[in-house]
Design a protein around this ligand. Structure first.
Ligand code: SF4
Length: 442
């Protein structure tokens, strides 16, 4: 695996998406860490601890109207543990002075969330933490993550709750290693400690993963079944990743207590059909429009019954509704603009196996001016169960497109860097040589 220092253009491109990577260093060794099963040829970048000086320069690219994200993996920059950066606290304090009201989202493995650190984090609110706990037992943390001091992360949820820092829990579910009981116990532990949501991931594995990380496809169904049954007893919204969506119905996954949506009486399982009298395009549309709206009428349907409620809130304040992520309305609008600009007779959208049913669902509702083929593209490069758009390569697109004829090929922008190159450095135009290829950001 080629691993070079991250170039400034990659960091600037991340900052333009309000993502601030602070380091690639990590102090644990998760069995499911993607760094350990990447195929050769992958072009990834290593990031040494970033200084406050470097962050101040990059901050020019940040949008103060959007959440600043720290510690999330950015396609090509190896993720690390942000709390390892010795300048993290000065960086957060500076960001707070520069962007007074902008929420900061910090993802951490929890190993360094001591009482002293949590007290410092409380000074930079609005801050939300995603805690990658993975297991609520010391043995589980040791086994899954190689955490030598699991007691720190296990105490962190209560510390965060006491400090008034909203947090969500995340769990990479490996029942074949720790047992279903451990997964369930961890869900309940996070919910009881006050997590706003709990995300449960089935780990992606590539064809290079060790046998213990591989599992049959029906484990996804089993996880979804089990989570649905835990959800009956747990009020905290539980989200399975990937959610396996095939439609764009804006079904509410959960409602955060004490929020405008809870005060309005909205409930998990209801589908939002209209907001302020205008039809809802997707879950993402419902989430964004409710976030932007002030007091507004929301029409829902559940079990054949329709009702309308008023959600009372300030514009820009969160509604408290939790949805799975599906399709962005702005991406679809951009696609329609592309069609009216290019006027193709035949268009092919080549996208991930996860996104393909959602694109079909959007197209089904639309009277498109051309014929559309949606091509699900399997990941051959990574293999295993990898099925997200951000990990598709030019060779994957080529294999799926083959001799398919069309005037226009649309590929997901997330699979390419700011220079239009895939994860091994090939330009996107090579996906369909000699034909018109366009990238679209979701
Ligand atoms: S905490 Fe993240 S970066 Fe560190 S080993 Fe685990 S998965 Fe990899």
């Amino acid at each position: 695996m080629a691993c070079r220092p991250a170039p400034e253009w990659e960091l600037a491109a991340a900052a333009a998406k309000n993502i601030l990577p602070l380091t690639s260093a990590c102090n644990v060794r998760c069995v499911f860490c993607s760094h350990r099963q990447n195929p050769p040829g992958l072009e990834v970048f290593f990031l040494p601890h970033q200084s406050l000086v470097a962050i101040r320069e990059r901050a020019a690219f940040l949008d103060r109207g959007k959440k600043i994200v720290i510690g999330e993996s950015v396609t090509r920059i190896l993720e690390g543990e942000p709390l390892l950066n010795p300048e993290l606290l000065p960086i957060l304090a500076w960001l707070r002075r520069r962007f007074r009201q902008t929420p900061i989202a910090l993802t951490t493995n929890g190993t360094l969330l001591t009482p002293e650190v949590v007290a410092e984090l409380a000074k930079v609110k609005p801050l939300e933490v995603t805690l990658s706990l993975n297991s609520a037992s010391a043995e589980g943390r040791r086994l899954l993550m190689g955490d030598r001091r699991p007691e720190i992360a296990l105490a962190a949820p209560r510390l965060l709750a006491r400090a008034g820092i909203p947090f969500s829990g995340s769990i990479v579910a490996l029942p074949q290693l720790v047992g279903w009981e451990d997964v369930e116990r961890t869900v309940r532990f996070l919910a009881k400690a006050g997590a706003e949501t709990v995300r449960i991931f089935l780990p992606g594995y590539t064809h290079l993963a060790p046998p213990e990380l591989k599992f049959p496809d029906d484990l996804w169904d089993e996880l979804r079944r089990r989570v649905a049954s835990w959800q009956k007893e747990v009020s905290t919204p539980l989200l399975v990743e990937p959610p396996g969506l095939t439609d764009l119905k804006a079904e509410i996954r959960g409602v955060l207590p004490g929020t405008p949506a809870a005060a309005a009486g909205l409930r998990a399982g209801e589908t939002i059909v209209r907001i302020a009298g205008k039809a809802v395009f997707s879950r993402v549309d419902a989430f964004w429009r409710l976030q932007a709206a002030g007091t507004v009428t929301v029409e829902t349907e559940a079990e054949g019954k329709a009702r309308a409620v008023q959600v009372t809130k300030m514009p820009g304040a969160r509604s408290g509704l939790v949805f799975d992520y599906d399709l962005s309305p702005t991406a679809w609008e951009e696609f329609l603009r592309l069609l009216s600009r290019e006027r193709p007779k035949q268009v092919v959208v080549a996208t991930s196996e996860l996104a393909a049913p959602l694109v079909r669902a959007a197209a089904f509702r639309e009277d498109l001016p051309c014929s559309l083929t949606v091509l699900p593209v399997p990941s051959r490069f990574f293999g295993g169960n990898i099925c997200c758009a951000g990990l598709l390569t030019v060779a994957d697109f080529q294999a799926a497109i083959g001799a398919t004829k069309a005037d226009l090929f649309v590929l997901p922008g997330i699979a390419f860097d700011a220079q239009g190159r895939d994860l091994v450095g090939r330009p996107y135009a090579e996906a369909a040589p000699g034909r018109k290829v366009v990238l679209l950001d979701a």
